[in-house]
Design a protein around this ligand. Structure first.
Ligand code: MV4
Length: 662
């Protein structure tokens, strides 16, 4: 087994590989770009080398620099992860020439699987089922038209050098074929510098089911069962699960045999994935073979209890497969979702910024989070915006689905846009719950999965208001305790009044709308919009609130001027807003504070002489049938009050003599 391995990748997969290496006592070497100098994978590794500036082409794709780092560090092997150089034939060769083990398949297998049409020819020879159609060298339009007319329409024209959905045309009838063929050939020539196409029977509402295979250097090959990756958007996987819904043991064995035949046909060694496309009847056809460890490999690990990176390391160091096919267990059901820094409501636009709040669900045997970031990290615009993978396991698919929803509700991200709410709606969607997932689900159900942003429900406002009152009370108690009169009754913020109750209104901005909550201080406690409300407890980062007869949990995080309210699996952003503070405009941070309108002074909460923070309540006045709070325009001290409680003041009357701190 190796004693030192270099991970030629970044983010969650680099951290994930490091985790297994550490468990096996293997020292780890990270490579990083200048933009990743403080990244998690660099922190976790035993040593790290900078391989260039932020741009991938100048760093993570610089095979020469990565090989130099491996040689310099004394690493015996390189793990390429996925993406970047993981399926790059030149890199695999460069490693071999430098005497460094490339943890992946032989170069020949990478080459063979690199061409979609060459792969199909190989699969045909290995009697792996292919979609009915024509993928030969004859490209004469009349000949291709004959091939298409020989199948039932609709047919699909695909660029032979294409992939990931690029250069595909659905043709509904024979009459449409010539124009569609010409268009597809033009696009293939432009995109891939290769205008060759293949023709296939078009499968309606297909599923993407892939088989994890492993081969060792002694010719053994096993299947580690299937994964269903049909929940995709624009050929990007969003949710993956294992095993695939609706696949029985017989079909699983049949697909496993076909995948192993495909791997054997190319002399496969290491971890590989054979992707099939399946029609609604369950027939499956070879699509392509990936010669890397896939993003979604954790769902296979959760249902087999195996560590696929450990298997990769063992096989790359010459060991035989740890288990035979019969010894590989399949237990329960696992689901993975990919958490992205993107805004589904804005066309899935990537979002950059600082992860000011990043609270993961508690990990256990059932819940796993693979991530390359920590709270406080900045999400870089240079790389794929995946923040983490959330993987859950349970005895059945239904229980795994419920567990995923709970875990998503416990995952709190603030500071960058994210897709958590979108993922929750997808997992909770009837078609997903019933296992009726096909590759068109997300686009088809877009309106349901990405609804117009909903206003925060009353309970979110109530939670935010109780949190605000609690924070104000805490701040004033601290100020009072530090003041010349620590037992001043003004230090109490229970709203007690000689003459009965006091009310005030908490205002918020939510996007472009304004929301408000009336707070009434009664002897019995606080009422919000007429309902008795209180904080009833806290734990595990959340607070429990009661409002009227309702009980709710919420986690509230203040970031700058915004309150982020996480409750019920949803995330609302409320901006506390004091009309008076704004109506008063930007009071100069010197001299006094004047009444922005005529009214009656109902409270002077700050202690004269006390140091207060910017935004601390200084004067509460009643005007326009509402209570308004004049706040400290800056950190500083109340020199003197120029009014008294109960006094009627005119518009513009000087109320406070205030001195801003230097
Ligand atoms: C197909 C197909 C329907 N019929 N082939 C998309 C890219 C590449 N992976 C193959 N793809 C498809 N090939 C036939 N004959 C539908 C797709 C397809 C798809 C396949 C798997 C996963 C997601 C997909 C999304 C759109 C279309």
């Amino acid at each position: 087994m190796f004693t030192k391995v270099l991970i030629a990748n970044r983010g969650e997969i680099a951290c994930r590989v490091i985790k297994t290496c550490r468990r096996l006592g293997i020292r780890t070497v990270a490579v990083y770009s200048e933009a990743d100098a403080g990244a998690r994978h660099v922190r976790l590794a035993d040593e790290a080398y900078c391989v260039g500036p932020a741009a991938s082409r100048d760093s993570y794709l610089r095979a020469d620099r990565i090989v130099v780092a491996a040689l310099h560090s004394g690493a015996q092997a390189v793990h390429p992860g996925y993406g970047f150089l993981s399926e790059n034939e030149g890199f695999a060769k460069a490693c071999a020439e430098a005497g460094i083990v490339f943890i992946g398949p032989p170069v020949e297998a990478i080459r063979a699987m690199g061409s979609k049409s060459a792969a199909k020819t190989l699969m045909q020879a290995a009697r792996v089922p292919l979609v009915p159609g024509y993928h030969g060298d004859e490209q004469n339009p009349e000949f291709l038209q004959q091939q298409a007319d020989g199948m039932a329409y609709p047919v699909l024209i695909k660029a032979s050098a294409g992939g990931g959905g690029k250069g595909m045309r659905i043709v509904e009838s024979s009459a449409d074929f010539p124009a569609a063929l010409a268009s597809c050939q033009r696009e293939a020539a432009a995109s891939f510098n290769d205008e060759r196409v293949l023709i296939e029977k078009y499968l309606v509402r297909p599923r993407h089911i892939e088989i994890q295979v492993f081969g060792d250097t002694q010719g053994n090959i096993v299947s580690l069962f299937e994964r269903d990756c049909s929940a995709q958007r624009r050929h990007q996987k969003v949710v993956e699960e294992a095993p695939a819904p609706g696949i029985d043991a017989a079909r699983r064995a049949e697909m496993g045999r076909a995948a192993c035949d495909a791997a054997r046909a190319v002399g496969y060694v290491g971890a590989g994935t054979v992707e099939f496309i399946a029609d609604q009847g369950g027939s499956f056809y070879f699509m392509e073979m990936n010669t890397r460890l896939q993003v979604e490999h954790p769902v296979t690990e959760m249902i087999t209890g195996l560590d696929l990176v450990e298997w990769q390391l063992r096989i790359a160091s010459g060991e035989a497969l740890p288990l035979t096919q019969q010894q590989i267990p399949l237990r329960g059901h696992a689901i993975e979702v990919r958490l992205y820094a993107e805004e589904p409501a804005k066309g899935f636009l990537p979002s950059i910024g600082r992860l000011a709040h990043f609270r993961k669900p508690a990990e256990s045997a059932n819940i796993r989070v693979d991530t390359g970031v920590d709270e406080g990290d900045s999400v870089s615009p240079h790389y794929d915006p995946m923040l983490a993978k959330l993987i859950v396991w349970d005895e059945t698919r239904e229980r795994a689905t419920d567990r995923m929803l709970t875990a998503l509700a416990d995952f709190e991200i603030a500071g960058v846009g994210n897709n958590i709410a979108f993922l929750s709606r997808l997992i909770d969607h009837a078609e997903f719950r019933e296992g009726r997932v096909d590759t068109g689900l997300i686009e088809r159900e877009r309106a349901v999965l990405i609804p117009a942003p909903a206003s925060a429900p009353a309970e979110a406002l109530a939670a935010a208001s109780l949190w605000t009152l609690q924070s104000e009370a805490r701040a004033i108690r601290i100020t009072t305790a530090a003041s010349a009169d620590p037992h001043s009754p003004w230090g109490e913020v229970d709203g007690w009044r000689i003459n009965g109750s006091q009310t005030r209104r908490l205002e918020y901005r939510e996007g472009e709308t304004r929301r408000s909550v009336e707070v009434r201080y009664e002897r019995s406690g606080v009422q919000l919009n007429g309902s008795a409300a209180a904080v009833s407890g806290s734990g595990d980062g959340q607070q429990q609130y009661t409002v009227g007869t309702q009980r709710l949990s919420a986690s509230i995080v203040r970031l700058g001027e915004q309150l982020h309210v996480f409750s019920g699996g949803l995330h609302h952003v409320l901006q506390p807003f004091d009309p008076l503070a704004h109506a008063a405009g930007d009071q100069e941070a010197h001299g006094g504070l004047s009444a922005p309108m005529p009214g009656k002074i109902v409270d002077l909460p700050a202690a004269v002489g006390a140091e207060v923070d910017k935004g601390a309540a200084l004067v509460v006045m009643e005007a326009m049938k509402m209570e308004h709070t004049l706040v400290a325009p800056a950190k500083g001290r109340v020199i003197a009050y120029l009014c008294s409680v109960g006094e009627q003041v005119k518009d513009g009357a000087e109320l406070v003599e205030f001195e801003a701190a230097e």
